[in-house]
Design a protein around this ligand. Structure first.
Ligand code: NAD
Length: 512
């Protein structure tokens, strides 16, 4: 047996979680396919994840559909109680969930815990579902006629999620969908599937009936089945822009509701009056936290005037060189490895490209390696200065620990950069001038704006979403938009008028 075969045999075999049970994928002899899961710190294969076939996906949809009627008829208060118990269970298992994330994604434990916490905030929001689903009532709109509206569930909903937040992004979706009365199929990223699987088990333990939350592992075959199966009524997607565009067009052609969030290139404008040390510290966590694999990571710094740019680059350079890059489970690490070898090579390729395009590589993280784990998927932090808007390293999403500095001469030039960029997810401005900050927030063409806040992720009771190529569809994640997305309005017009029989009237009914 070769070393590779031996490692493959040692790798843990993962399952789906369907109808309240762990379900093994079809074995290779019967045509089953598997993906490989790695520990990014060691570079070792850690698991084999089944990739659901069309037939397996259809079975998962059937299980979810079978749970619909009873779950939809369960009172919102009883559904909220499941969410309260789920919240307690996630809190109890926080360390375990964070460890699963770190050992498959590579982000450091404190970051992994923080991401679960941000997901839990959506669960807390979903605990208020009886209030959130309250309809509207108009009394006596005409003689003896009242009108009221209610929000009802849609049916089976599905969520397709990216590798970079294996707990938080699924938790943007399923707690609200389920609290609204819908069964849910979660198709997490095949790169880090263990934490989403555990969330499925915890929902069952919290009291969600079998089939209400199903976790189906897979790739394009499973996704395509979900996008076209008529039993699925709404699809939430978070991932890269080309796939978001594809998911949006395919699922909406099948008549489904779709919210599809895509990639990003988030800018942080630094005005000449900003405190440079404060801005540099904010940039460090926003650009290099989670190895830059966050959709709200800052990947472009826009200092206004050359003097601000020189000061900022001078402040950033030693900070990046001192960045503690290490094992994702070492408490001393500030930045862990990238998710896969392929992704590390892709990011490295962009750094090579930036050099070729003529940007000034001030800090080069390409040669970083960790003595203890030489096979780990590590990169050091990199910093480019004098990046120009025409360069590909500016136009494209790199999704790694690489920060580009694009120098602007004026506020208007700085405002135009994120506004004219293809992506419009998040943006930030650092300044001490309220007028400038307000003007920027009003005019910039991006969905989420931070004023002296580098990663302006809205809290769960607001909604999350960008503009332009960062979103397809028109309803955002969580908050009020999440409740609207996972429910539909029914409006009842009722006449109760004792002793009066209306005569036939063939005109269009109007209110007197
Ligand atoms: P991805 O688009 O490669 O994958 C996302 C999901 O789509 C996964 O579940 C994957 O299995 C599935 N998928 C991949 N290729 C597919 C195909 N051809 N057909 C059907 N399904 C397919 O994204 P990723 O690499 O996992 O995640 C990183 C991306 O996600 C980045 O672009 C990042 O900006 C983006 N992201 C955006 C947000 C946001 O809120 N806008 C949040 C997190 C991540």
């Amino acid at each position: 047996m070769s070393t590779r075969d031996a490692t493959l045999t040692q790798a843990r075999e993962l399952t789906h979680f369907i109808g309240g049970k762990q379900v093994r994928g079809a074995d290779a002899k019967s045509g089953g396919r598997f993906g490989e899961v790695f520990n990014p710190t060691t570079g070792d294969l850690s698991g084999r994840v089944p990739l659901a076939s069309k037939a397996e996906t259809e079975q998962a949809i059937a299980n979810a559909e079978a749970a619909f009627r009873e779950w939809a008829a369960t009172s919102p208060l009883a559904r909220a109680r499941v969410m309260f118990r789920f919240k307690e269970l996630v809190e109890k298992h926080l360390e375990e969930l964070a460890l699963l994330i770190s050992s498959e994604h590579g982000k450091v434990l404190s970051d992994a815990k923080g991401s679960v916490q941000r997901g839990l905030e959506v669960v807390e929001f979903a605990c208020g579902i009886p209030h959130l689903l309250k309809g509207e009532y108009s009394d006596s709109v005409s003689a003896g006629i009242d009108v009221y509206s209610m929000r009802q569930p849609l049916g089976v909903c599905a969520g397709i999620t990216p590798f970079n937040f294996p707990a938080m992004v699924p938790m943007w979706m399923f707690p609200i969908a389920i609290a609204c009365g819908n069964p849910f199929i979660l198709k997490p990223s095949e790169k880090d599937p263990s934490c989403p699987q555990r969330l499925g088990e915890l929902m069952l333990e919290a009291g969600a009936p079998p089939g209400v939350l199903n976790v189906l592992n897979g790739d394009k075959e499973a996704v395509d089945t979900v996008l076209t199966d008529p039993r699925v009524h709404a699809v939430s997607f978070v991932g890269s822009t080309p796939i978001a565009r594809y998911v949006f067009s395919t699922a909406s052609m099948s008549g489904k509701r779709v919210q599809a969030l895509g990639g990003a290139k988030n800018h942080m404008v630094v005005m000449p009056d900003a405190d440079i040390d404060v801005a540099a510290d904010a940039l460090m966590s926003a650009a290099y936290g989670s190895a830059g694999e966050r959709c709200m990571a800052i990947s472009v710094a826009v200092p206004v005037t050359d003097r601000t740019a020189n000061e900022l680059v001078e402040a950033m350079t030693p900070r990046i060189r001192k960045l503690k890059v290490g094992s994702s489970i070492d408490a001393a690490s500030e930045m862990g490895p990238l998710v896969t070898r392929e992704h590390r090579e892709k990011v490295k390729g962009y750094i090579d490209l930036g050099v070729k395009e003529g940007a000034n590589l001030v800090v080069d993280g390409r040669d970083f390696s960790l003595k203890k784990h030489p096979k780990g998927f590590f990169l050091g932090g990199s910093l480019f200065d004098k990046v120009k808007p025409a360069m590909r390293i500016y136009k494209e999403e790199i999704f790694g620990p690489v920060l580009s500095v694009v120098r602007a001469r004026t506020f208007d030039e700085a405002l135009a950069l994120p506004s004219d960029h293809e992506y419009g997810n998040g943006v930030a401005i650092f300044t001490r001038n309220g007028d400038v900050a307000r003007n920027f927030a009003q005019k910039v063409s991006c969905g989420m704006v931070g004023i002296n806040v580098p990663i302006p992720v809205p809290l769960s009771f607001h909604s999350f979403g960008g503009w332009k190529s960062s979103i397809f569809g028109d309803m955002y994640q969580h908050g009020p938009e999440g409740v609207r997305f996972y429910s539909r309005i029914k409006t009842v017009t009722a006449r109760w008028r004792e002793g009066v029989k209306p005569a036939a009237n063939f005109g269009m009914p109007t209110m007197k």
